[in-house]
Design a protein around this ligand. Structure first.
Ligand SMILES: NC(=O)c1ccc[n+]([C@@H]2O[C@H](COP(=O)([O-])OP(=O)(O)OC[C@H]3O[C@@H](n4cnc5c(N)ncnc54)[C@H](OP(=O)(O)O)[C@@H]3O)[C@@H](O)[C@H]2O)c1
Length: 283
């Protein structure tokens, strides 16, 4: 076996490092995700999982000082930064975008939404102020946020924009009873925003992932015991869960599946309404 001198070993090491390092550096570069509405529910779980996967996480929410669970995650992970962002407030969106100018964002997750009480969204009892706010948060919010951060997504070479849609906004999917009038309408509007964005950004190869997260147990309904009080709004769904007629997906499972789907999304799937398991959803 040929023995190398100390100088030859140093030269060889230097050459190998200079060849290999850029490759490893490019492959291992930390990716960045920005998530809206990340203080609870699915948004919080996205933070959890992307933080553990060593992404740089810009975790946004309306009131960081009240976001106790999110702050605990940020205490554990130095790669998580908590930022204030109200998706209905143009000033709040612009202020955050200004702080991140020229910084690549690989993934922009439009998660924030307003469901509102079921009882206030019935034919005979629609709260119209709530309906207007749902349109602001659910349909216009993602458009406003995507507009503000699209250059960051471009900078990422490009990155992807994710929009959490809902089966509740699908004409083809839902059956009676007729309920959640304004939430459903706001999500249907959001789906069209996503469709337009996909067409708008196709030439730049920016993928718009429109995803239904499934029926996700963000209210802990599966854990309500037989003797526990059930909030009136959820009485019907808890009955169906107990009867085994509907099954809720735990947030961790939904987010894990969505992360895999997001990773694999192709430009052909841009703007297509997909279930969290990758199946195409009807409009
Ligand atoms: N859970 C499901 O079964 C299900 C099914 C289909 C679709 N989705 C969609 O999945 C997404 C997440 O659902 P989820 O169940 O996790 O919702 P959630 O538990 O109701 O949480 C909604 C999040 O949005 C935030 N938010 C509300 N208004 C906001 C605003 N103006 N600006 C910024 N953030 C705002 C909330 O913050 P605050 O705490 O400050 O209110 C909260 O963090 C939503 O888009 C929802 O429509 C969920």
């Amino acid at each position: 076996m040929m023995l190398l001198s100390k100088t030859s070993k140093v030269i060889l090491l230097t050459v190998l490092t200079s060849i290999c390092f850029p490759i490893f550096a490019a492959g291992d570069a930390q990716r960045t995700v920005l998530i809206t509405g990340s203080n609870r529910g699915i948004g919080l779980e996205f933070v959890n999982q992307y933080a553990a996967a060593d992404w740089r996480v810009i975790a946004t929410c309306r009131s960081p000082s009240k976001a106790d669970e999110l702050q605990l995650i940020a205490d554990d992970y130095s790669n998580v930064v908590v930022e204030q962002l109200d998706v209905t407030d143009a000033g709040s969106v612009a202020a955050l975008a200004a702080r991140y100018v020229d910084q690549p964002i690989d993934l922009l997750i439009n998660n924030a939404a307003l469901l509102g009480p079921r009882s206030d969204q019935a034919f005979n009892n629609q709260d119209f102020e709530l309906a207007a706010m749902q349109y602001e948060v659910n349909a216009l919010g993602p458009l406003r946020v995507t507009q503000a951060f699209i250059n960051n997504v471009r900078e990422a070479g490009p990155g992807k924009v994710i929009i959490l849609g809902s089966a509740a906004g699908s004409n083809g999917y839902l059956k009676p009873p007729a309920d959640f009038y304004s939430y459903r309408a706001s999500k249907a509007a959001l789906h069209f925003m996503a469709h337009n964005l996909a067409q708008e950004l196709a030439s730049e190869e920016i993928i718009i992932g429109l995803i239904n997260p499934g029926l996700v147990d963000t209210r802990g309904l599966a854990d309500i015991g037989p003797d526990d009080p059930v909030p009136e709004d959820y009485a019907q769904i808890v009955k169906l869960i107990r009867a085994g007629i509907i099954k809720l997906t735990p947030p961790a499972d939904s987010v894990k599946a969505m992360r895999q789907l997001i990773d694999s999304l192709s430009i052909e799937q841009s703007g297509v309404f997909l279930n969290f398991d990758g199946q195409v959803m009807p409009w």
